[in-house]
Design a protein around this ligand. Structure first.
Ligand SMILES: [Zn+2]
Length: 271
């Protein structure tokens, strides 16, 4: 399943290829994905120009020149593919752009979602309402993270992964960020003070940026939406490394299950 770094990589690929480009054709092959597709989708899109490509959590947001935004979520198995031949029965939507670029949405499991919504009221969309802070936005720092964690009596790792507090930090990135910040996943979130919150905010940002940097290297005609992690999996410090030496101190990495999720950490380095 694509996580924030993969979706951000895709957003950057779309922005480079398609910003300011007019949509010349839309072929829709079924009435729904996870939800019904918007009515008259093709006629509402054809002739529109893309203004910018943004992202909110794992939603891709293509702002159009008529004041509406196309929202796209890739679900479990969704991919965007540029050009090339048709991709068979799982290609549910095909977008054509001036200049000849073709963008194919392929989604075998159909957990993807697509909607049209007024750009000025995007925050009110039912899928976006209630989402937490964006860790890659400039305003995300130690004091902000501290305010999110204050008074919370749940494990720090669970708080990091709570999408109502902070978006985009899935299991892999929570494990890696906590290692980088030298904080135990089991520590109660509310016990994190200003200095540790600074460290953790920096670590979250660094881990996501590093993953995006790696995801970006593999993108070409795929808009890199196949749920793979680029090559960042080669850079894991603790994730799925149970029993291997901690990169910092050499003690074997431990694995526990926390809130139902596999959790990897160094019991010496992370407190
Ligand atoms: Zn260690």
């Amino acid at each position: 399943m694509p996580e924030l770094p993969e979706v951000e990589t895709i957003r950057r690929g779309l922005a480079v290829r398609l910003t300011g480009t007019r949509i010349t054709g839309v072929e829709q092959r079924r009435p729904d994905l996870r939800f019904p597709l918007p009515e008259r989708l093709a006629s509402r899109l054809v002739g529109r120009r893309t203004v910018r490509f943004a992202r909110r959590a794992k939603y891709l947001l293509a702002a159009l020149d008529d004041g509406w935004t196309l929202l796209l979520h890739l679900g479990m198995s969704g991919r965007l593919v540029f050009d090339g031949p048709p991709r068979g029965p799982h290609e549910h939507l095909t977008f054509r752009f001036e200049g000849g670029t073709v963008l194919r949405f392929v989604d075998p499991r159909r957990f993807g979602a697509l909607d049209l919504w007024p750009s000025e009221r995007l925050d009110e969309h039912p899928l976006l309402r209630g989402l937490g802070v964006e860790p890659l936005e400039p305003g995300f720092d130690g004091p902000l993270l501290l305010s999110l964690l204050q008074g919370r009596r749940l494990p720090l790792k669970s708080a990091l992964m709570d999408q109502r507090l902070l978006v985009g930090v899935g299991n892999i990135y929570a494990n890696e960020a906590l290692f980088r910040a030298r904080l135990s996943p089991r520590r109660l979130a509310g016990t994190v003070g200003p200095e540790r919150a600074d460290r953790l905010a920096r670590a979250v940002r660094e881990v996501l940026e590093a993953a995006i940097a790696k995801g970006g290297t593999t993108l070409r005609d795929y808009v890199q939406a196949n749920g793979e992690l680029g090559s960042f999996q080669n850079d894991f410090s603790v994730y799925e490394r149970e029993g291997e030496p901690c990169p910092a101190c050499g003690r074997p990495i431990r694995r526990i299950v926390l809130a139902g999720r596999a959790t990897y950490f160094c019991s010496r380095c992370q407190r």
